[in-house]
Design a protein around this ligand. Structure first.
Ligand code: GDP
Ligand code: MN
Length: 381
């Protein structure tokens, strides 16, 4: 789950990380009032779940409250990486002497959180990683002990040479690690971590991603979810207890079980198609889930064919068939549908489909080929 910069900053502040104050506005007038209260140059920052806001015109300095109002009005009209800006953070501007990067991700290869630090922070950290990877220091952390003081010092020496700054940065790294670990983070990042002309170290940006599996036991963190900033189809899928991930292709896939869903996507690609999504309706076979799944997939205009691939075990294929029939009655399909189902109650399922003018296949290979052919308009062999 993504959270906004202002929310991540609130968490980081609790752990003692130095962060300038800030308030959120949803209208230009509110932004103006906040700027007036701070009585100094402010930064107006788009709150969307996307990086690169600076480059997209979503982070701007405002010297007067009137400026803050005008700039907030501009930013609140922006769409950044497909996400409309509904809120801005207004925060006193810091003077910047240098910009560093510090971040933590969960690294599958080392099976640990890995801390990364770079003195070349700012808006182009991806470019630093690609072109000058030796400017980024990586350090796997043993989650049993957390980030130890000596490790934090080592990393901090990579960023600064002034001893006071090294100590301050080491403390921030330990605080960041704690914030990440104790709140179920899969990512925590400060970019830029700046030094000011007077030598202070301050975090000017904050990003945090929470591992979805941590949310059930952290209701306070789960409450930070902002559905208005999420993809509507992913919101609907979550409400229907479907595992859904939108992808870039045009073959809409409805599958039961994550393993079969992966295999289906592999086969779609093998035959030259591109899946439009990953969708797992799960092991149970509530027809309502099938209806929700079809509603989500058909609302995606890039879907050119829909493929059902159902292997009935605990899932009853007749329930799936009923779901398909109900969904199509509610909302007639505008794209071709290929159904493959086999397993529990297969005969009943096939009869339900046939009675409703639909047909199904039992061979997965044939079904995928047909769906790819329909989506691409090519012959698939
Ligand atoms: P991002 O582009 O989405 O990562 O947004 P950031 O919050 O990192 O802001 C982008 C850039 O704006 C930073 O790298 C800074 O150079 C600049 N910026 C952000 N806050 C301030 C500030 O308080 N003062 C100054 N002078 N620049 C800032
Ligand atoms: Mn940033």
């Amino acid at each position: 789950m993504n959270i906004h910069e202002y929310q991540a900053k609130e968490i980081f502040r609790k752990y003692g990380i130095p962060i300038p104050p800030g308030e959120v506005a949803t209208t230009p007038e509110e932004a103006e009032a906040i700027a007036r209260k701070f009585a100094t140059t402010v930064v107006v920052k788009a709150q969307v779940h996307a990086g690169g806001r600076g480059k997209a015109g979503g982070v701007k300095l405002a010297r007067t409250p009137e400026d803050a109002k005008i700039i907030a009005a501009q930013i609140l009209k922006l769409t950044i990486k497909g996400l409309p800006v509904k809120r801005v953070l207004v925060t006193p501007a810091a003077e910047i002497a240098s910009e560093a990067y510090v971040g933590i991700i969960v690294d599958r290869a080392s099976k640990r959180p890995v801390l990364m630090a770079s003195p070349a922070g700012g808006i182009d950290i991806e470019e630093v990683a690609a072109k000058t990877p030796d400017k980024i220091l990586r350090h796997p952390v043993d989650p049993r002990y957390g980030l130890q003081a000596y490790e934090a010092m080592q990393l901090a020496f990579f960023l600064y040479s002034d001893m006071k700054q090294v100590r301050a940065a080491a403390k921030i790294l330990q605080q960041l690690y704690k914030a990440f670990f104790e709140n179920g983070g899969s990512l925590a990042e400060i970019n830029p971590l700046v030094t000011t002309p007077t030598g202070e170290i301050v975090a000017l940006d904050a990003k945090m991603v929470i591992d979805d599996n941590e949310l059930d036991r952290r209701p306070d963190i789960a409450a930070l979810r902002d559905e208005s900033s999420e993809d509507p189809s992913e919101v609907e899928a979550r409400k229907a207890s479907l595992t859904f991930i939108k992808l870039d292709g045009n073959v809409g896939c409805v599958v039961n079980g994550a393993g079969l869903a992966m295999a289906t996507m592999d086969l779609v690609k093998y035959y030259g198609g591109e899946p439009a999504n990953f969708l797992d309706i799960g092991g149970s076979s509530n027809p309502e889930k099938v209806v929700a799944a079809l509603r989500i997939i058909t609302s995606d205009p890039s879907v050119k064919a829909i493929l059902f691939n159902i292997f009935g075990g605990i899932t009853r294929t007749d329930d799936v068939a009923n779901g398909i029939v109900t969904a199509i009655k509610q909302n007639p399909l505008k794209v071709p549908l290929v159904i493959r189902l086999t397993g529990t109650n297969e005969e009943i399922a096939l009869k339900i489909l046939k009675d409703n003018g639909l047909s199904a296949m039992t061979d997965m290979d044939e079904a995928v080929k047909k769906a790819v052919a329909l989506a691409t308009g090519r012959k698939v062999a």
